[in-house]
Structure formats: structure tokens, C-alpha cells
Design a protein. Structure first.
Length: 473
């Protein structure tokens, strides 16, 4: 029989609480934050795109309504004394709502230029200001400027009967009958100039009438090329989401289709020139429904599923780069400084696209018509694939050739260091819970600030450029 220990040594040891197992990644309240952050980032990036698109659209509404000589409220106030502000009307009327100090609409105003600039008097066209009251009846006219003979224009402006003849007429009355049908007589000694003003008024109001019937809503045009593009989109989605992406021979056959059919024969490819045009004019989903679908797929699929379906599976130039990249096994490694510098090229090109889309830098072309000084199609290689479908510019061909030659030595060189369209599509692409606010998001915010600054600076810059030039009249 053994003796048991007694005394203090016999006290039982304290029982320690069991340690909790370490929390698994993604569990608990803290684990929800990466998902929330990913959603917020996706919303932020969509917001950046929407903000820039909205600013460009508002700028073009302003340019379409106000042209190169914006109406100011001081011109309207002699006719509507309570006028305190003007806001563009994006409808077919293409005029300006007149508001009082409280923001209430008290009238409407418009100018005949540039809509009626082709209607010339003795020596040229005249820009006429029209002010309508709250019932949309003409309240008064003013001659803003003219390249016609000064003496003739003064005679017309001083002819009280002619200038007040239009008062109380509705929009339909101004647009309905021509001045000849209304029995308008020209001002004595300035008949050509006065009738040009009258015809310009009639033409301007007719331009503001809503188009009717089929002209307002043309039918959706869906042809063989649209069907072919839809088939390409479906196959690309199959390569993105099924085991087909791991079948090399299927991938190579599809690349032949991309370059040979989509690029050279179909020609419906995404580009910055297309995006800028649709931003200004609206998506051409009636005349190019499959191309509109392609744009939607290219933006929404990476935004929702993290799959870069357009850049990885559809872009013909990307497929061509993969081909030429197989010509040389040993690749170049660019110096760190050169690579870092080249990565600034795509965002710089996006900034250029925003600037051109906002301000539409134009100059006199060979035909005398004002044409863009910067052709956005020339900054990317995609128009070069239209060589069999129509005339293409030298710049886009040069970009395409340089990009393919570079891809022989540096894998997918153009995609990495030169593609603004790819940069935009990659910007909206989600990276799941691993996504974080980074330099590209800061850069996007700077692009929004650029667009805001250019939008608000346009009137001042325009006035500065034209300072010192003689007025039209």
C-alpha cells in the first residue's frame, strides 16, 4: 500500500480553458471586408466610366446647341427681363431653357447658326437670336452677327415691322409655312439679306421639329456579318468558361477565324474611335446590333466574372501577336526603366482620347469642311484590318506593323505597352477578393479630373483663342 502525498502538494492543478482554433481566412466579421471592398471597387470603376461618358455627352450637347458663339443670358434679358440662367436642351430643338433666379423655366432661346449657315444673303449668312416665352411663342428677335453687308444688316435690324412680324408665332407656325407662303416681304434696300434671315428662321425651326415615323426610329438591321459576329462571341464565351480553352488545336483554329474572318472580312472590332463616337452620338444598336452586343460583353463579362473575354479570346490583333510570337523562342527582357516608361503610353493615349472627344480639335480640311486634327483611329492598329473593306489610314497601318514586329521579340508587346482599349477593359475587370484600390484607380480619378477641368475650361479657352478677332457683325 503506497502513501499518498498530503499537504499543499496534494492540491489539484488548475484546469486551463481550451485554446480556440485559429480563425479560418474569410470567416468572421473581418472576412466580409474583402468582398465588400471588391464590390465597392467595381462600382467605383463603373462610376469613373459613367462620369467621363456623361461629361463628353454634355459637352457635345453644349457644342451642338451653342456652337462657336454661345448665347449668354445678357442677350436674352432685354426680351425676358427676369432671365437669370440658361441650360441646354438635348432634344431635337437644340436650344436653351431660360430660367429665372429661382430656377424656374420662363422661356426658351435659340440661334439660327450653325443650322442655317448655308442660307446666304447678299454676301453671307446671318446668325439670329430667337427668344420664346413660357408658352413657346416668339417673344422677340435679335441679330447676333453676320458676314453679310453691314449696311444691309443694319437696315433689317432697324426695320421694326420685319423684326416684330414673328412675334406671338408658335414653333409649329414658324416651321410650317415658308416665308414666301406666309407672304413675308423683304426689307426695302436689303431684300436679299432680310429674306435670308427669314428663310434661316424657317429652316432653323424645321430642324427642331421631331422626325416622324421610320426616320425617327429606323428598323434594326441584322445581316450576315452580325450573325457571324454573334457566333464569334458565343465561341469566345465557350473558350472562356469551358474546357475548350485547354484544347490547343481548337484554340489555333479559332485564332484563324478571328484574324481571317473577324478582322479582315467582318471588320467589327472594338476601338477607341468607336467608343468616342458612340459616347458622342449614342450606341448604334439599330445599325450594328452585334457590335453593340460585343461592346456589352467586353465590358460586363470581366466586370462580373473576372474573365477578360475580349482581350483574351476575341481581339484579332491579340491573336495575330500570339502567332508572330512563336517565330522566335528567345525573347527580350526590357530594362526596368524602359518597361516602366512604356507602361505610361496606354493611359496617355486614353487621356488623349478624352481630350479629343471633349474638345473636338478641328481644322479646315482639303474640302473646306472642318475636320478633326487628330484621327483617333490612327492611334490603334484595329482599322488596319479593314484594308480589304475600304481605305485605311497610314497611321493605323504603321501602328499595326510596329506592334506585330515588337511581339516577335516581346510577348504580346502591343497589349502590354500600347493598347488604350485593353487598358480600359482591364480597368473595369474585377479581380475578386484580392482586388485593392491601386495606382490604376488613382490614375482613373485623375482622368475624371481632366475631363471635368476641360469641360469647365472650354468656354474660357475658346474665348481666349478667339480674343481680338473681329466679330461677325
Amino acid at each position: 500500500m503506497t502513501d499518498r502525498p498530503t499537504g499543499p502538494a496534494a492540491r489539484p492543478l488548475p484546469v486551463l480553458p481550451a485554446e480556440r482554433p485559429p480563425a479560418r481566412p474569410g470567416s468572421g466579421a473581418g472576412g466580409a471586408w474583402p468582398h465588400v471592398r471588391s464590390v465597392l471597387l467595381r462600382l467605383y470603376r463603373v462610376g469613373v466610366i459613367v462620369a467621363i461618358v456623361w461629361l463628353i455627352q454634355q459637352q457635345h450637347v453644349r457644342l451642338r446647341v451653342q456652337g462657336d458663339a454661345p448665347i449668354v443670358v445678357d442677350e436674352v434679358r432685354p426680351i425676358l427681363p427676369a432671365a437669370a440662367g440658361l441650360s441646354p436642351d438635348p432634344s431635337e430643338k437644340a436650344g436653351l431653357f431660360v430660367t429665372d433666379a429661382g430656377g424656374n423655366t420662363i422661356g426658351y432661346t435659340l440661334r439660327t447658326s450653325p443650322f442655317a449657315d448655308h442660307i446666304k444673303g447678299y454676301a453671307g449668312p446671318t446668325d439670329t437670336l430667337v427668344v420664346l416665352d413660357a408658352q413657346m411663342r416668339v417673344a422677340g428677335l435679335r441679330i447676333r452677327g453676320s458676314v453679310d453687308t453691314k449696311e444691309h444688316i443694319r437696315d433689317v435690324g432697324n426695320d421694326e415691322y420685319f423684326m416684330k412680324y414673328w412675334n406671338e408665332k408658335t414653333w409649329d407656325e414658324m416651321a410650317g409655312k415658308s416665308p414666301k407662303e406666309m407672304g413675308v416681304e423683304g426689307v426695302s434696300g436689303a431684300s436679299l439679306s432680310s429674306m435670308a434671315i427669314a428663310n434661316g428662321l424657317h429652316h432653323r425651326f424645321r430642324k427642331g421639329m421631331p422626325a416622324g415615323g421610320a426616320a425617327a426610329h429606323p428598323p434594326v438591321r441584322f445581316g450576315w456579318h452580325d450573325a457571324g459576329l454573334v457566333a464569334v462571341i458565343v465561341l469566345a464565351l465557350a473558350f472562356s468558361f469551358t474546357h475548350l480553352r485547354s484544347v490547343p488545336w481548337a484554340r489555333r483554329v479559332f485564332q484563324v477565324v478571328l484574324v481571317g474572318y473577324l478582322g479582315l472580312l467582318n471588320g467589327q472590332i472594338l476601338a477607341q474611335s468607336l467608343a468616342a463616337g458612340w459616347t458622342v452620338s449614342g450606341v448604334a444598336w439599330r445599325s450594328a446590333p452585334a457590335l453593340a452586343l460585343l461592346m456589352a460583353v467586353a465590358l460586363l463579362i470581366p466586370w462580373t466574372t473576372r474573365r477578360a473575354v475580349y482581350c483574351s479570346q476575341i481581339c484579332p490583333h491579340g491573336a495575330a501577336q500570339e502567332w508572330v510570337g512563336r517565330l522566335r523562342k528567345k525573347k527580350w527582357k526590357l530594362p526596368a526603366g524602359v518597361e516602366a516608361g512604356l507602361k505610361w503610353l496606354p493611359p496617355a493615349l486614353v487621356a488623349l482620347v478624352i481630350a479629343v472627344a471633349l474638345w473636338q480639335f478641328r481644322g479646315a480640311g482639303r474640302s473646306g469642311v472642318r475636320e478633326p486634327l487628330v484621327e483617333l483611329a490612327g492611334i490603334e492598329p484595329f482599322d488596319a484590318y479593314l484594308v480589304f473593306l475600304g481605305k485605311v489610314g497610314i497611321a493605323t497601318i504603321v501602328v499595326a506593323i510596329v506592334g506585330l514586329v515588337a511581339a516577335v521579340f516581346v510577348p504580346m508587346a502591343y497589349c502590354k505597352y500600347g493598347c488604350p482599349t485593353g487598358l480600359v477593359l482591364n480597368f473595369v475587370r474585377s479581380h475578386g477578393k484580392a482586388d485593392k484600390f491601386g495606382r490604376r484607380d488613382v490614375g482613373a480619378a485623375l482622368l475624371v479630373l481632366l475631363a471635368v477641368g476641360m469641360y469647365h475650361a472650354y468656354p474660357q479657352v475658346f474665348a481666349w483663342v478667339h480674343a481680338g478677332k473681329p466679330p461677325l457683325w
